[in-house]
Design a protein around this ligand. Structure first.
Ligand code: URA
Length: 236
């Protein structure tokens, strides 16, 4: 396997970032610095990024009930981060698969498996993510149609995948989207002249937020939950 692919598979970094990390001299293979991202490696040789060994770590998969007010980041000088909710021995190992805004709550997945977490958010895999949304103004009758047709996002110059909106009340709905673009739901509602007041993620693919988890609590994912993400990837 090429070194850049190995790093992408064992960290949250994309293959492109992995190439830059290797080129900038931050990776060693069997104790020697290697700057060629196409260097061939196998599982038996020690590969380190900034001195941290990338192999032989037990795979970790968690769901967290993210409370409002916590940042989906590993470190921040200003705000509390979701990693601070985890036991100290886990904090250094986990990264987030599919962020939620600071003001949003609900299901957040954390893992040390970079290729698994990428599948949660990769737009071409189209893993459904379902949210309960409360809006400032009543949700108009054409909102569901506009979302089903896709909303054009000027920054990315693309149209969102058809999303399903189920109206629950005048200003509440359950919305399923298939990507995880920056502030996607807020921008979708903004595009139809409305504003999101609260956002709570209920599920990602087949994984539902465990109702036994109070805000701030987490638990390990089951084997079936972990495998469910691979099943969606294979069928897409
Ligand atoms: N869309 C948003 O706008 N915010 C989130 O936290 C998640 C999806």
């Amino acid at each position: 396997m090429k070194l850049d692919r190995f790093i992408a598979n064992h960290t949250p970094h994309s293959r492109q970032t992995a190439r830059l990390l290797v080129a900038s001299g931050r990776v060693t293979v069997a104790g020697e610095r290697v700057c060629d991202p196409r260097f061939d490696v196998d599982q038996f040789v020690a590969i380190r990024l900034d001195g941290a060994l990338l192999q032989d770590r037990p795979a970790l998969f968690y769901m967290l009930h993210k409370p409002v007010g916590f940042l989906s980041a590993t470190r921040d000088l200003q705000h509390r981060t979701v990693l601070e909710l985890f036991a100290p021995e886990l904090r250094e190992q986990l990264h987030i698969g599919g962020r939620l805004d600071r003001g949003s709550s609900g299901l957040l997945m954390l893992t040390n498996d970079g290729s698994w977490s990428r599948r949660l958010t990769e737009p071409k895999i189209k893993l459904p993510k379902t949210y309960q949304v409360t809006t400032l103004r009543p949700i108009s009758s054409e909102t569901a149609e506009r979302f089903a047709a896709g909303i054009y996002m000027t920054t990315e110059q693309l149209t969102t995948s058809p999303a399903q909106l189920l109206q629950l009340g005048e200003c509440t709905c359950r919305l399923t989207i298939y990507e995880g673009r920056y502030h996607q739901i807020k921008r979708m509602f903004h595009a139809v002249g409305n504003q999101v007041v609260s956002l709570h993620r209920e599920s990602m693919g087949a994984i539902q937020l465990d109702p036994a988890l109070a805000p701030g609590q987490y638990r390990a994912l089951t084997a079936a939950e972990i495998a469910s993400v691979d099943q969606v990837s294979r069928s897409s």
